[in-house]
Design a protein around this ligand. Structure first.
Ligand code: F6P
Ligand code: MG
Length: 453
């Protein structure tokens, strides 16, 4: 089954109810996106004094102009206006405008590309890019991150959980060299799951409302196990082991792991802890993190969030948290860890476009022994956000995207899930209408180009 439609394509009939594939996307564009835009406008307005202190009258003028641009954008969105080409001339503007033309060709000349008549994935990404355009048009406040407050708040509200996690990591690292392979596998399994469930804490699904991790995530792992619908953790483990290459005098050199990050706050800490363990245990010798070039989907990690999180950990008044922060800084200084961003991650394109549209990024991922894709949006882009049958294989849904062995760690927040057992999706649908969107279920879903899976 190849010709699945993208979710939210075409105007849904008014009779469609929430929870039916296609209608969710429609309601999200209509209801959730304006809520996010309203919050963005409010945030900019609340920071008026800060802009005045930093830039004087020029800052206040920029605040007014940005708000007027965003209010116009909200109106375009709510009244199903046509999608406008970007005019800010920034590096990725041409790619966006080409995408619009491509979408127009797909929809045919009789129908303009507009907010309610276009795929959800495209419209959601487009809104975040237009928010950026509003700021870029208005120096001196162009660098203001409208989502920064929410991201830092979510980090501080998760402090107890972060400390518990850092303490747990210290417990492993203090005698990591003495651990047997079975013990390492057990720790790996736990930290992989912590990183999976960390993805519950994004601010986009809650339209920016507080959504942090309060309790220690380690305590709930076994009770959460039944909610993992696809669990390929063993294959991820085997991939790490087989990436070990023979080194000099009987030693082995471990491989490289790339982590395509999702959210800042608690989720990012779970990713850093997993990455720390991969290096300290000798399962990987290099970690490449990939983040976003600009604020994105409310809580996604930018370079600034990445640095800030590590600095906050260094400064924490907690022995093991600050020890972790120092170690992470050292890894970055020594090049064992590196942070990268690429404009492709903030385009609306599905990942099967990457080889053609961002060949250098594709080539970078090809050098990894394993690529971990965090979160829901990455899953939507991996699978093209199509209405696939639930039993379609993950490899099929990737549509030729196969840079390296890869694994999606994702909690389900959008109407798409592939690679299930026959009947599994139907059973879930009969029990819980919103199983694909509530964030309650998760997957550890693996694919290797070396062994068709
Ligand atoms: O559910 C709303 C939404 O914005 C989805 O479009 C998106 O996939 C998700 O939230 C973001 O989740 P994540 O941070 O896990 O990618
Ligand atoms: Mg996100």
């Amino acid at each position: 089954m190849m010709a699945a439609a993208q979710t939210g394509h075409g105007v849904p009939p008014p009779s469609l109810s929430a929870g039916v594939v296609g209608s969710f996307a429609y309601f999200t564009v209509k209801d959730r996106l304006p809520t996010i835009l309203t919050k963005v406008i409010d945030t900019i307005h609340r920071n008026k004094n800060k802009f005045f202190e930093e830039f004087g009258e020029e800052g206040v003028l920029a605040e007014k102009k940005t708000i007027s641009f965003l209010s116009k954008l909200r109106n375009e969105l709510q009244t199903d206006k046509v999608v406008l080409p970007l005019s800010d001339g920034f590096g990725d503007a041409d790619s966006w405008n080409q995408y619009l033309q491509r979408q127009q060709r797909l929809q045919g000349d009789h129908e303009s590309v507009s907010w309610f008549k276009s795929p959800w994935l495209y419209m959601e990404c487009y809104m975040y890019r237009r928010i950026q355009e509003a700021l870029w048009f208005n120096p001196p406040i162009s660098d203001f991150d409208v989502f920064n407050e929410g991201k830092t708040q979510s980090f501080f509200e998760s402090q107890q959980a972060v400390m518990a996690l850092c303490t747990h990591l210290e417990g492993i690292n203090k005698n990591v060299e003495q651990l047997s392979q079975n013990e390492l596998a057990e720790h790996f399994n736990k930290l992989l799951r912590v990183s999976l469930w960390g993805n519950k804490c994004d601010l986009s699904i809650s339209a920016g409302r507080e959504n942090s991790q309060k309790a220690s995530p380690l305590d709930s792992l076994s009770s959460l196990q039944p909610f993992i619908l696809v669990d390929d953790a063993n294959m991820v483990w085997s991939t790490l082991l087989s990436a070990q290459k023979p080194g000099p005098s009987g030693t082995t050199t471990p491989g490289r792991v790339d982590i395509v990050l999702d959210n800042a706050g608690f989720e990012l800490v779970t990713d850093l802890v997993l990455a720390d363990f991969l290096v300290s245990s000798g399962l990987a010798c290099e970690i490449h993190f990939h983040g976003k070039c600009s604020p994105w989907f409310v809580s996604d990690v930018t370079a600034q969030d990445f640095q800030w999180t590590i600095q906050q950990s260094v400064r924490a008044n907690h022995k093991w948290m600050s020890k972790c922060g120092n170690q992470w800084q050292t890894y970055l200084k020594e090049g064992v860890w590196s942070y990268h961003d690429h404009p492709f991650w903030t385009l609306p394109n599905e990942f099967c476009d990457m080889a053609a549209d961002a060949p250098e990024l594709y080539a970078t991922l090809q050098r990894a022994d394993l690529v971990l894709f965090k979160g829901d949006l990455n899953y939507r882009k991996l699978t093209g956000d199509r209405e696939w049958d639930h039993t379609v294989g993950f490899g099929t849904a990737l549509q030729g995207f196969r840079p390296a062995p890869l694994c999606s760690l994702r909690t389900l927040k959008a109407n798409i899930q592939v690679g299930l057992q026959p009947g599994q999706g139907e059973r879930l649908s009969s029990q819980e209408q919103d199983w694909m969107t509530s964030g309650k279920y998760g997957v550890i879903q693996f694919y290797s180009p070396h062994s068709e899976h």
